[in-house]
Design a protein around this ligand. Structure first.
Ligand code: SF4
Ligand code: SF4
Length: 240
């Protein structure tokens, strides 16, 4: 019984004698290698060399402090959630937990606010301050949804990407660490990322408006590649 060859592409021409003798296929491959030898190197010798990522890079998070560029409804959020009005340099975080609600891995957040222990006649009696804000970045997928949900533009992504460590515990960042990271990032690259009103510059948004398919999904629109969904919508039926 003969051996049956399977899986051969019958359309491929066998090599000619000249190709076999002069290793022409090998030379073609080598040509590509040599071409790349003279191209600009794009890799770096990390950790001895580091790169500066694009400003839209979604790196380690930071918590911004009050600096006079808060969104217009910042005060109304503070009143609504009974938070002590923060001074300049204190965190913008109002412990609303919207970031945690938007996060696909909510357990990575630990956010707690606690009531101030002040006498009853004190103006801050009954108000709260942020007590704990921890993020376990070993569970984070750096999707950016938390930054979209924050009503005070407090939580941001920075360009920091080196999270390597010998312990998992060091991936848990506390509010002081996060504030320091944000301060440092804004001092270095704030102008590239934010406009004068501390809003993301249009060209630097994580989810830009010109990304129409994504925008429509966020608005509850279903893509047209799901014809059954469209049909059931028009019939008023509930269908998967
Ligand atoms: S980047 Fe994504 S996964 Fe990470 S904390 Fe934010 S929402 Fe959660
Ligand atoms: S959404 Fe913003 S303000 Fe609310 S808890 Fe998260 S970081 Fe703080």
């Amino acid at each position: 019984m003969g051996i049956k060859k399977v899986g051969l592409n019958r359309n491929v021409k066998p090599q000619t004698l000249t190709e076999k003798l002069f290793f022409l296929d090998f030379m073609k491959g080598l040509k590509t290698t040599i071409k790349h030898l003279f191209r600009r190197v794009v890799t770096v010798d990390f950790p001895y060399e580091v790169t500066i990522p694009a400003i839209r890079f979604r790196g380690v998070h930071g918590l911004r402090n009050v600096d006079g560029t808060e969104p217009p409804d910042f005060d109304s959020w503070i009143k609504k959630l009974k938070i002590k009005p923060p001074e300049k340099g204190e965190t913008r975080c109002i412990a609303c937990k919207f970031c945690q609600a938007a996060c696909p891995v909510p357990e990575l957040f630990t956010i707690k606010a606690e009531k101030l222990k002040v006498p009853e006649d004190h103006p801050h009696h009954g108000l709260k301050v942020l007590a704990v804000f921890d993020m376990d970045l070993s569970k984070c997928m750096f999707c950016g949804l938390c930054t979209q949900a924050c009503p005070t533009d407090c939580i941001i992504h920075t360009d920091v990407y080196d999270l390597s460590s010998y312990t998992r515990r060091s991936w848990v960042l506390h509010k002081e660490d996060l504030s320091r990271i944000a301060d440092d990032f804004i001092a270095r690259r704030g102008k590239e990322k934010f406009d004068d009103h501390s809003k993301w510059r249009k060209d630097q948004k994580i989810w830009p408006e010109y990304d129409y398919p994504r925008t429509k999904i966020w608005e509850g629109w279903m893509p047209s590649f799901l014809p059954n969904y469209k049909k059931s919508q028009s019939n008023g039926e509930a269908e998967n």
